[in-house]
Design a protein around this ligand. Sequence first.
Ligand SMILES: [Zn+2]
Length: 308
Amino acid sequence: MSKERPPLPLGVADEVLYRNEHTCCICHAPRKHVQTHHIDGNPSNNKIANLAVVCLDCHSLVTGAHGLGRQYGPGEVRRYKKTWEQIVLYRRRAYKPPTRTVQRELIGQIDVIICQILATSDHKRRREMLEILLNLHLWRGTPQIDRQIIAGFGHLAFMSGMDLPRLAKELAAKSWEMCWQFIGPHEVKLDASDVKLVAGCADVVETLAHFNCMMQQDLAVLKAALNTAENLFDVGRWYRREVIAAAVLKIYQGALEACQTGKQVEFPSGKRALANSAKAVLSKLRRSGLKWPKINRELHAITYRQTS
Ligand SMILES: [Zn+2]
């Protein structure tokens, strides 16, 4: 039954294990024996993106039969892999901040890249340049550099919210990727400049969602923005930072306002998507036991009272 299994090239195995710090990407338990798992179930697909490092216990939860319990699906494993590799990267880069001269140079480059993203109409090129900015954040990010990237994103959010839906969707996703190393206080600390980074990403998404609802009314763009909003709200909840939750709340309020002129709803499907997303966020907030009365009240208003 089992498919032919070509050996994993040594260089690929080394690279994957190094990127994962030889540690299981699901449970992160230190110094356990690990294996490389083919996420898509195809043993000859030895691309790094298809290989997850898992310990023997987690591997059996990924591949074995579990009666009524659900096993880890490929999408889930991919997410664990991505998140864990980002954490490893983040920890490593934290040791080597760039010098002041390098930093000044990088800040100048960020502006140039933002201008290039707007100047080209080649979507693939745009995506590559957004990826470069993300890598700058991951490898060389300092509060100054991150601020500059977020300012650039804000500019792109305005322009793409108006009439560049593909860029807008990409930007919504990248705004989350800027923050996804914050997966919980037990894993990664969040200091004051990190809080500003997360809130800054929420502001980017607010601009994007607002102008999208007002001008393009593209439901896919709004959903991408709401997906990021929900993730950023999770970060606020995990770290118990109301200021992050408040920044996310503004995404909902700004977009809702832009869906209508006076009492006339101009973008009904957008309004429904906003209500559904706010409902999901609200129910997680209630289950978390955090108080945050103002945020609770406002989310409730978006979910119920204003839904027509
Ligand atoms: Zn494990």
